[in-house]
Design a protein around this ligand. Structure first.
Ligand SMILES: [Zn+2]
Length: 226
């Protein structure tokens, strides 16, 4: 490997000091533009906001080290992006269909302690990711959750059952999320795919009546840790 070529090929040393100046200027402009966007910070981004960031990313970075790009070009690009952002955000706040078109729709993924299987063919809904998200919010099993909504920014909103209403549900942590080995032992059992709970299994590979899959684990009904 020719490290000298990778790192130093064609370097003009007097332009390096200009890069320092350009970077300071662009950084301040980017900060100013982001403040003008009106967002308070970044927690989760919707797809529309990710698109905005990609669109402005190169315009914000290139003038820092390209001597043939005047900073004013970047200001024009970033200004336009912010105008589009403001306009579209305003349209989305006035018209629901615009926001659905841009950012998708929130989606009920858990209802009454089981996964809502309506979305099982929906590509945007990855169950494994969702398991992790539930665990992050200290949900031990689905029987604790009355309703779970996947928001458009990818976060999960949960409403829980009261302690005395917690029912048997599908365990979410690896130690308990294990397929039953035999029919011995007492139920109830939970379908490992949709979370549907049955009191008994007629056979080890019984078909789930909700989702027709055939893997079962022992359901649990522990209370939520507050
Ligand atoms: Zn099922």
């Amino acid at each position: 490997m020719d490290f000298e070529k990778i790192f130093l090929d064609g370097v003009e040393w007097n332009f390096v000091t200009e890069i320092v100046g350009r970077t300071f200027v662009m950084f301040l402009i980017i900060l100013l533009i982001l403040r003008l966007s009106g967002r308070r910070g970044v927690r989760q981004l919707t797809l529309f906001e990710v698109a905005i960031i990609i669109a402005s990313g190169s315009a914000a970075g290139d003038p820092m080290f390209q001597d043939d790009i005047p900073v004013v070009y970047a200001i024009v690009v970033l200004g336009c992006v912010i105008i589009v952002y403001k306009l579209v955000t305003w349209l989305a706040s006035r018209f629901t269909f615009v926001s659905h078109l841009l950012e998708g729709k929130e989606m009920i993924v858990v209802k009454d302690g089981v996964f809502d299987v309506k979305h099982e063919n929906d590509n945007s809904y990855s169950k494994m990711e969702f398991f992790a998200e539930l665990r992050n919010q200290s949900v031990e099993h689905l029987g604790q959750v009355r309703i779970g909504v996947l928001e458009v920014d990818g976060t999960l909103s949960l409403l829980y059952y009261d302690d005395e209403e917690v029912r048997y549900g599908l365990p979410l942590f690896p130690a308990t999320f294990r397929e039953v080995e035999s029919l011995e032992g007492v139920g109830p059992f939970a379908c490992m795919y949709c979370g549907c709970v049955v009191p008994h299994l007629s056979e080890k590979k019984m078909k789930c009546r909700r989702c027709t899959r055939d893997r079962w684990t022992k359901a649990i009904n522990t209370k939520r840790i507050h």
